[in-house]
Design a protein around this ligand. Structure first.
Ligand code: PGA
Length: 254
């Protein structure tokens, strides 16, 4: 069984380093009690260094929300994979729909995936349809294309180092998540496409997460009925009490 991965995507929050330290400290403490679950927090890049534990902490890792694929050079404002790796970042979110909306194409996503793996970190690659229709005429095709293109030129042997986050865009920031039965169906579809791109063997091993309006109340059902390997959590990851409850609820799923 893959370890369950719970990724807290803090986005452009919280407003101060002090608050960031508080949330990180509480999550790190709670993670000590987890058995099958890893908590990965992804703070804004300015807070990464002060939040990375000096010694590897049990069931707790730090991820970045974004990266650029070039090695170095005249890219004002951007951060490279080597920089992230050097300060101790282990995971990097790539292709979040909010970054795609700001201009990241599938091609850029695939370059980033490759760069993150080459630097020795694990990309958490976000994919998801922006809308759905009842018969699945468009969303399956769109998602298949997005997955294929997001891994274009990513070497086959890299498959074992990839985490896929299925996030239907319409559920991000919404009131309700996708229903767990549908999440199960979509996670199977996502794995099938991944196996076509890489290999059947790698699709069996890959961790597929779900993201979009996850909270401490729906998390356990999404993991058990949706049969996903973890969750990508936005808003609820900033509320320490709820996030710790969520971690414990998922850890209790057999
Ligand atoms: P949400 O965000 O949990 O606030 O819906 C999820 C995400 O954007 O990863």
């Amino acid at each position: 069984m893959n370890k369950k991965l719970i990724v807290g995507n803090w986005k452009m929050n919280p407003g101060t380093l002090n608050e960031a330290r508080k949330i990180a400290r509480n999550v790190r403490r709670a993670a000590l009690t987890l058995v099958h679950t890893e908590a990965i927090i992804c703070p804004p890049s300015v807070f990464l260094v002060p939040l990375i534990p000096r010694k590897k902490a049990r069931h707790f890792s730090i991820g970045a929300q974004s990266v650029y694929f070039a090695e170095s050079g005249a890219y004002t404002g951007l951060i490279s994979t080597a920089m992230l790796h050097d300060v101790g970042v282990e995971y990097v979110i790539v292709g979040h729909s909010e970054e795609r909306q700001r201009g990241d194409t599938d091609e850029m996503v695939s370059k980033k995936v490759r760069a993150v793996i080459e630097a020795g970190m694990t990309p958490i690659v976000c994919v998801g349809e922006s809308s759905r229709d009842d018969v699945g005429a468009t969303h399956f095709g769109a998602l298949r294309e997005q997955i294929r293109n997001s891994f274009e030129n990513v070497p086959k042997k890299a498959a074992g180092n990839i985490v896929l986050a299925y996030e239907p865009v319409w559920a991000i920031g919404a009131k309700d998540s996708m229903v767990p039965e549908q999440i199960y169906e979509m996670s199977l579809f996502v794995k099938k496409v991944f196996s076509d791109v890489f290999s059947q063997e790698s699709a069996v091993k890959i961790s597929v997460l779900y993201g979009g309006a996850v909270n401490s109340r729906n998390a356990a059902d999404i993991v058990s009925i949706g049969k996903v390997d973890g969750l990508l959590v936005g808003r609820e990851s900033l509320n320490t009490v709820s996030f710790v409850e969520l971690l414990k609820a998922v850890d209790a799923v057999k």
